[in-house]
Design a protein around this ligand. Sequence first.
Ligand SMILES: *[C@@H]1O[C@H](CO)[C@@H](O)[C@H](O)[C@H]1NC(C)=O
Ligand SMILES: *[C@@H]1O[C@H](CO)[C@@H](O)[C@H](O)[C@H]1NC(C)=O
Length: 357
Amino acid sequence: MYSSKPQKKYLFPLRRQLILCITLLIFSVLIIVYINVQSLSTLRPPVMHFDTVGNNISCHYVDENDALPSAEDKNFIPRPNSIFFHETSCRGGLNSRQVCAIESASRAHPRRQVFVMFSAPVSEAVYQRSPIAKLRRFANIKMARVHISDYARNTPLEALVASAPFNRSKWQVEHTSDILRYLTLYKWGGVYLDTDMLVVKSLTPLGHNWVAKESNDLVNAAVIAISMDHLGRKLAEALINEVGTTYRPDIWIHNGPGAITRVLHKMCETPHPSEWSSNTCQGLEVYSPEYFYPIHYEQNDDYFKAGDLKNVENAYTHHLWNKLTYDKKIEKDSPYAKMAQKYCPTIYEMYGAHFGS
Ligand SMILES: *[C@@H]1O[C@H](CO)[C@@H](O)[C@H](O)[C@H]1NC(C)=O
Ligand SMILES: *[C@@H]1O[C@H](CO)[C@@H](O)[C@H](O)[C@H]1NC(C)=O
């Protein structure tokens, strides 16, 4: 009598506790499975390699199998001071070094939009499952597809692009990229960056109209800032006109660094590039190599071999000279590996020992 009553009372909650436990267990298992499936598909996309570039841009004229929104759509309106990258190869995606550059720009400028403009289709599978999917998780990174002929429509380069002189170039991929960077800055203003630029600090304090020298007498085109103000428009129009009238498919630097250096020779009041500055170039700032090209291309090994860089405190970006270095091994304690870990931690972690290979 005495013992049966409380025992009965006790049994019931025990069964309820059991049911509760089992329910919780099932629920937790479901959550764990869900997270794993999620991470398989997006958090940890398979490491995809997009390496071969070649000299064939036929993909620029392909429309099928493209998951990207179009850059010629009337709803495509980048905000002022956006940052732009152009990918003009036919690799169909981005390699880890490029993704790192984009992540570094995004992290240094959380309040600016960062656009990755593709000249070729990106398939739904790559869009959803490659490092590109990882980039899309950054709130300020946007992607778009450029159809070069439509993109140039109603600009001073419409006729040039329609005649496709880059089809005859030895460097079709790069020479198309030269044209597109000037077109983009003409259309939207903002900052253009090459996909082999690692951004280590915000470019915002530098103002809105500037170019940078890679050596004492050559302005490089791997980073350019042009705004929509009077000076910016003047520079953008001068660049477009220069490329439109002097395009050469047979000289490597003619349409990129060459075009901008020739424009400065006209804009600045002194013929000596070492004297170019906002004082002598109508207000256009001309930064010295230490800001964006702190390591000269002849010393590009310094980025890849174990060790530390010297005299780079003033650098805003590092140019990794992809054309010369794309197949170089990134040693574990090299400056590039260390900087990637710091400035593109998401991608660096995703690739691990395969970063850059
Ligand atoms: C370029 O690539 C396309 C597609 O892969 C191919 O059909 C075409 O023949 C190639 N053109 C040249 C000049 O190699
Ligand atoms: C340029 O080459 C592409 C194929 O790579 C072709 O579709 C296009 O029509 C060519 N344009 C001109 C003007 O020859």
